[in-house]
Design a protein around this ligand. Structure first.
Ligand code: NAD
Length: 454
């Protein structure tokens, strides 16, 4: 990717700032600070492959802003990772932590790799190699990684172990999303999907929805997508389409989500690391290997990811990767409500089209904030050495998600703006207050009107 294209992604992301600042109390100096990541690290990780050959992988870690607390954000393993994307993701994390009102700034990391091509041992060596390279950059009080696309609890466990080896002491607070026996929090596994689900429950209340009448399509059936689909399905919502990287399935009567999850997770190439099954393997019911008898009302059919986005549904949930809803397809997207579980699934150009169509978008920095919120719970539990029940985790998560949803919704209604602008304005109020409490040009000015230090 050219330097210009790489930078464009970050510039697009921070392009949201100016519009939102109008509806926020943030001053120009604080706003200017947010246009630049605090620090960035590029590393190369030599990996001895199982066949004895050597491959060198590129990785990044970016800390965007730490005024409100240590930077926090996931590590992505994906062939398309690039610096501009990691910078944008780190910026979104700064805003997301402020939206959730948790004391963290934003960070992100990634390795350019297709992890599905690696053996389990190669994957472990790569994960540990990354930590060896970034160990001086991260830390429990400075920068705390977590899982993201194609990284999971087991990988977080390896990374925590490697960091602990380097530090010569056990350091669970350096990373979140760990396996439970290694200090992970109960309720972290489904926190992102659950956070989005709590937002949907608020919408249900506001719009007096009857779940069985609400048709839902979910793009991306990984950690985040599976859980939001599972929770909605349990409440009676009609999940008519789901998809993964191999494609999607559609069934008008609704899909059997628990079965789809169970069977997708079976038969793994990299046992307990990646599911090899696809949701497309049994289009009849959305499971991946059963002997279902589709009824006459219509059996399921295989669709593409592009088709899924344009289905006639009431709620569309992008839960895969960024830039899925673009100027090219936004006009054809029929869903009146979009809940962004993925980070950055909607481009700025598509946003303008959706706003003109009055599509209600629950933006990523609110909708998927459940993950980082429970990561914060995990970090506080590790620091305290005292662990909560899953009920406590759910109750605290629900309280935060519903509180912030209401505040942002009110800001949207009061200012007659879209929900994304309202969410950014809400985040900027909190970030601005923190940055400005360190002093502004008014404070440091030598003008006689300035109050002396008392
Ligand atoms: P995951 O690796 O568990 O799942 C990703 C899913 O997307 C898989 O089902 C994969 O097959 C599918 N996918 C990949 N490419 C696709 C494509 N081109 N079209 C359709 N589907 C495709 O990842 P995840 O943790 O569920 O993350 C998904 C999104 O949610 C990402 O944008 C991530 O940044 C965001 N997110 C995740 C968390 C978290 O805690 N896991 C928190 C906040 C945000």
């Amino acid at each position: 990717m050219s330097h210009r294209a790489d930078e464009e992604i970050f510039q697009n992301a921070i392009g949201r700032l100016d519009n939102a600042a109008e509806f926020s109390s943030i001053g120009p100096e604080a706003l200017e600070r947010l246009r630049y990541p605090k620090s960035m690290l590029q590393v190369s990780i030599p990996l001895r492959m199982d066949d004895g050959s050597l491959r060198v992988f590129q990785g990044y870690r970016v800390r965007h802003d730490d005024t409100r607390g240590p930077t926090k954000g996931g590590i992505r393993f994906h062939p398309d990772v690039h610096l501009g994307e990691v910078k944008a993701l780190a910026f979104w994390m700064t805003c997301k932590c402020a939206v959730a009102g948790i004391p963290f700034g934003g960070g992100k990391g990634g390795i350019i790799v297709n992890p599905k091509e690696l053996s389990r041992l190669e994957l472990e060596r790569l994960s540990r190699g990354f930590i060896q390279r970034v160990a001086d950059f991260i830390g429990p009080e400075t920068d705390i990684p977590a899982p993201d696309v194609y990284t999971n609890a087991m990988i977080m466990g390896w990374m925590m172990d490697e960091y602990s080896n380097i530090q010569r002491r056990r350091t669970p607070t350096v990373i979140t999303g760990k396996p439970i026996p290694l200090g992970g929090s109960l309720g972290r596994d489904d926190a992102t999907g659950r956070g989005a689900y709590y937002c949907i429950k608020e919408l249900e209340r506001l719009k007096a929805w009857s779940p069985p009448e609400v048709r839902v399509a979910v793009q991306g059936f990984g950690n985040a997508g599976q859980h939001v689909a599972r929770l909605m399905h349990a409440d009676g919502y009609r999940i008519v389409a789901i998809s993964d990287s191999r494609g999607g399935i559609f069934r008008d009567e609704g899909l059997d989500i628990p079965r789809a999850i169970e069977l997708k997770q079976q038969r793994q190439d990299l046992s307990e690391v990646y599911a090899s099954r696809s949701v497309c393997d049994c289009p009849e019911c959305g499971c991946v290997e059963c002997h279902c008898q589709p009824d006459d009302a219509g059996s399921g059919k295989i669709i593409t990811n592009e088709e899924l986005l344009e289905l006639d549904v009431d709620i569309l949930i992008p839960a895969a990767l960024e830039n899925q809803l673009t100027a090219e397809n936004a006009e054809r997207v029929m869903a009146p409500v979009i809940v962004e579980v993925a980070n950055g699934p909607t481009t700025t150009e598509a946003d303008a089209i959706f706003n003109a169509k009055e599509t209600l978008i629950v933006p990523d920095i609110l909708a998927n904030a459940g993950g980082v919120t429970v990561s914060y719970f995990e970090w506080t539990q590790n620091r305290a050495g005292y662990y909560w029940t899953v009920e406590e985790v759910h109750q605290r998560l629900s309280q935060i998600m519903k509180r912030e949803f209401k505040l942002i919704y009110e800001l949207m209604v009061t200012n007659q703006i879209d929900m994304r602008t309202a969410a950014y304005a809400h985040a900027l109020n909190r970030i601005g207050e923190a940055i400005e409490s360190q002093g502004t040009s008014t404070f440091f000015s030598t003008q006689p009107t300035v109050q002396p230090i008392s």
